[in-house]
Design a protein around this ligand. Sequence first.
Ligand code: ZN
Ligand code: ZN
Length: 245
Amino acid sequence: MEIVFVGCGDAFGSGGRGHTCFQVTASGTRFLIDCGASGLAGLKREGIDRNAIDLLLITHLHADHAGGIPFFILDAQFLAKRTRPLTIAGPPGLSAWYPRAMELAFPGSSATRQKFELSLVELAADAPCTVAGVTVRPTLVQHGAPVAPAYGYRITLDGKVLAYTGDTEWTESLVELGRDADLMIAEAYWFEKVVPYHLSWGTLAQHLPRIAPRRLILTHMGDDMLAHCAEVPCETARDGLTITL
Ligand SMILES: [Zn+2]
Ligand SMILES: [Zn+2]
């Protein structure tokens, strides 16, 4: 499994980083985890073939995680000349959000008929499923109003486990989500400060012995966390970082 951190920044461009967008390549599939507003530019910077991507797996409907979808879709239609089917999967609310997001970004675009098959799939929490060839267990996390559920994902591919917290304050569901994972990608928005809806390194570190991921990479770092990267005993993401599991 190969993972490219196309973008690993927070919502506010801290450190000049792009919005969340990870490309995962495994045998028989290539997909994005999140497609934040700057995602398409990041894909082009990394020389990634957009037409080879089967699935956009979205953690939640904030613009720094899903705001790149209208750009991805219009690029697929008009520039990349996509013909391959595309699946967008995410939490409940995705299907209603999609036409609103298209219309907000490019008025009139929600009525455009794509030249490729587009499937919107709302995933059920805590129910392992296979979507576009990807075996994933969505886990509800705590990231704001319950009207807009947010997920973390535990993904099993090629005999390896990749866990991603998405955006969340501490919740016990993260223990099972990340337990013994070959790679856990965890939000660390603040270094030590505890705030609602987001994780800090200090909070995560308290619980790490129970999670025990084999490898840990921090992402979605704000300015405060970025200033403390040298003080944490694990890896930190940067745009363009590519790793193989
Ligand atoms: Zn975010
Ligand atoms: Zn968010």
